[in-house]
Design a binder for this molecule. Structure first.
Ligand code: ADP
Length: 290
C-alpha cells in the first residue's frame, strides 16, 4: 500500500524501492477477483481556501471525504468544484499564482506539509479528467504501464500482472485482452475513459478524484462508468465532480453542494435530494437555478 506517510521523509529512490514490495506482493493471480476489498482512506479539508492570485475560488471549505464511499460534488458551473479537487492532488499549484490556505489531510498526513513528496501525493491521490486523455502514441498496454515504468516500480511478469489487474479493475479487460499492443486511440471514447481509469488504478492509489468523467461520453458508456465506480469504492475513496444531478443521485453515497466557492451543505445523497437543510440546496436540486 502506498501512503504519503510512508514516503514523506525518504528520498524518491528509497521510496520507490519501498513501494515496489507491496505492489509486487499484491500482483494478481489470474483467477483473482477484479475488485479486492480494501480498507479505504479519508481525505479531510480544513478551512480550505484555494486562490488564483488574489481571487479565492474556494472559500473556507470543511469536509471529510469518507473511506470506501463515493462523494459527489455538485453545484453550478464556476462554483469551484474543479478547483477544489485539483487542490486535493496538488495540481492547482501548477497554475501560475495558484496557492491554498488551510489544510488537506490524507488520513492524518497533511499533504501540503513540509517534506511531503508531491509525486507521492499524486500517486496516492489519482485523477481522472473530463475528456479521456490516453497518451496518443502509446499502445493500450503502455498507457496503463506508463506510471509504473516512470517510477521503475514494476518490471517483466510483475508489470504484466499489474497492468492486467488494472484493466480488470477498470472493467476493460474482456474488451482489450487480445489487443493490448494496439494503439490506445483505436478504442472508443468510453473505452478510452476506462483506460484512463486503469492507468490511474495501476499505481494503486488510495483516492481517485474524478472531474466530470462522463461529460464527453454517450449514455451507454456513462452507465458503464457508473457501474464501475460502485465496484471501485471497495478499494478506493472516490470524489466525483458532476454537473449531472441524476448521476450524483444514482451513484454517490454522500453529496456536497457548492455555491460561489463555498460548501453550502453536505449529507447523505438521499437526504440532499429529498430533504436538504438549506433552501439554496433545495432550489438547486429541484432545478430552480443552475
Ligand atoms: P467549476 O468546476 O465548479 O465549474 P472552477 O473550479 O472551474 O468551477 O472555477 C471556479 C472559479 O475559478 C471560477 O470563477 C473560474 O472563473 C475561476 N478559475 C478557474 N480556473 C482559473 C484559472 N486558471 N485562472 C483564474 N481563474 C480561474
Amino acid at each position: 500500500m502506498i501512503t504519503v506517510k510512508d514516503v514523506r521523509t525518504r528520498t524518491n529512490d528509497e521510496a520507490e524501492q519501498a513501494d515496489a514490495t507491496p505492489i509486487a506482493a499484491a500482483a494478481p493471480a489470474d483467477e483473482r477477483a477484479p475488485v479486492e476489498r480494501k480498507r479505504g482512506h479519508t481525505i479531510s479539508l480544513r478551512d480550505l481556501n484555494v486562490f488564483y492570485g488574489d481571487h479565492a475560488a474556494v472559500k473556507g471549505v470543511d469536509i471529510a471525504f469518507a473511506a470506501n464511499k463515493i462523494t459527489a460534488i455538485i453545484g453550478p458551473s464556476g462554483c469551484g468544484k474543479s478547483t477544489l479537487v485539483r487542490a486535493i492532488n496538488r495540481m492547482h499549484e501548477e497554475v501560475p499564482g495558484g496557492h491554498i490556505e488551510g489544510e488537506i489531510l490524507l488520513d492524518d498526513t497533511p499533504i501540503y506539509g513540509d517534506g511531503v513528496d508531491v509525486v507521492a501525493v499524486r500517486r496516492a491521490i489519482g485523477m481522472v479528467f473530463q475528456r479521456p486523455n490516453p497518451f496518443p502514441t502509446m499502445s493500450i498496454f503502455d498507457n496503463v504501464a506508463a506510471g509504473l515504468r516512470l517510477t521503475g516500480t514494476a518490471r517483466g511478469k510483475n508489470l504484466n500482472n499489474i497492468v492486467h489487474d488494472a484493466l480488470r479493475g477498470a472493467g476493460l479487460w474482456a474488451e482489450v485482452k487480445g489487443r493490448l499492443e494496439k494503439p490506445a486511440m483505436s478504442l472508443s471514447g468510453g473505452q478510452q475513459q476506462r483506460l484512463c481509469i486503469a492507468r490511474a488504478l495501476a499505481v494503486r492509489p488510495e483516492v481517485v478524484l474524478m472531474d466530470e468523467p462522463c461529460s464527453a461520453l454517450d449514455p451507454v458508456a456513462t452507465l458503464r462508468i457508473e457501474e464501475l465506480l460502485t465496484d471501485l469504492k471497495e478499494r478506493v475513496t472516490i470524489v466525483l465532480v458532476t454537473h449531472n444531478m441524476q448521476q450524483a443521485a444514482r451513484v454517490s453515497d454522500v453529496t456536497a453542494f457548492m455555491l460561489d466557492g463555498e460548501l453550502v451543505e453536505v449529507g447523505d445523497t438521499e437526504k440532499i435530494f429529498t430533504n436538504p437543510d438549506d433552501e439554496r440546496t433545495e432550489q438547486y436540486v429541484s432545478g430552480k437555478f443552475g
